[in-house]
Design a protein around this ligand. Sequence first.
Ligand SMILES: Nc1ncnc2c1ncn2[C@@H]1O[C@H](COP(=O)(O)OP(=O)(O)OP(=O)(O)O)[C@@H](O)[C@H]1O
Length: 255
Amino acid sequence: MSDLPITAVPPVARPRDEAAMSRPLLPLRVSGLRLAADGAALLDGVELSLAPGGCTVIMGPNGAGKSLLLKMLHGLLVPSGGEVSWNGTSAAQATARQALVFQKPVLLRRSVAANLDFVLKARGRDRSRRDALLREVGLLHKARQPARLLSGGEAQRLALARALATDPEVLFLDEPTASLDPASVLVIERIVGAARDRGTRIIFVTHDVGQARRMADEVVFLHRGRVAEHSHADVFFPEPRSQPARDYLAGRIVL
Ligand SMILES: Nc1ncnc2c1ncn2[C@@H]1O[C@H](COP(=O)(O)OP(=O)(O)OP(=O)(O)O)[C@@H](O)[C@H]1O
C-alpha cells in the first residue's frame, strides 16, 4: 500500500447503472486529466480518445507517467482533475469489466488450477473453462503444481490466463514481458494478439520497440506527463512527429 499522497479509489460498492452496464466500454474519452502529488504534476492536461478494437501501445521514457495513466484509466487512482469516460461510464465503474496484468504477477499461494478457479468463481464464470484457459497459455500440464514454483514466464502466462478468465472488455498490460526470455515474450504476444482478435481492447505499456512494432495498431507517446504524440503505428514508427518520440526511437536519452 502506497503511503504517498495519491488517492487510491476505495473499494466501495457503487450503485449499478444498468444503462451504462449494457453499453460497450469503448470509445474512451480522456479530457484534461491531471494527477498531482506534493504539488508536482505527474500527469497534466492529458487528452486522449481511443476507438473500439485493436491494440494501443503506450511508450515513453522512464517516469513519463505510463503506469499512472494506466491505473487512472483502470479506475485504481483518483485524478486530481479532468475526466475519464468509458463511453459515458466512469473509470471506477468500468474497473470490473477490465483486467490489468503487471510486470510482476501476484499469484495466490495455491495450485495453478486453484488460481484460475478462484477468479472464475469470484466472477461467476463457468468453471469448466479452466482447462481450456490453461491449455491456451500452455500450462495445463502444470495444473496441480503450486503456482509459487512456476518460472517467471510461466507465472506471467498464468496471470494472463487469470485476466482473460474475467472476459475483460479492456485488457491493460504494464510491461508484462520485461523480464522474460524471447520465446516467452512471443508466447505472451501471441495470447494477447488472440484476445485482441476476439475483440478485447488492448492497452499495452512497453519499452521494447520491437514488441511495440509487432503489437501496436496505434501508439500513444507520453513525455513528462503529457501526450506528446498519438499516431497510427504505420505513421509513428517511420515518421514520428514529436522530437521526444524521434529521440526515443533513435535510442537517444529523452529527459
Ligand atoms: N504514488 C506516487 N506518489 C508520488 N509520485 C509517484 C507515485 N507513483 C509514481 N510517482 C512518480 O510519478 C512519475 C511517473 O511514474 P510512472 O510509474 O507512471 O512512470 P512510468 O512512465 O511508468 O515509468 P517507468 O517506465 O520507469 O515504469 C515518476 O516520477 C514517479 O516517481
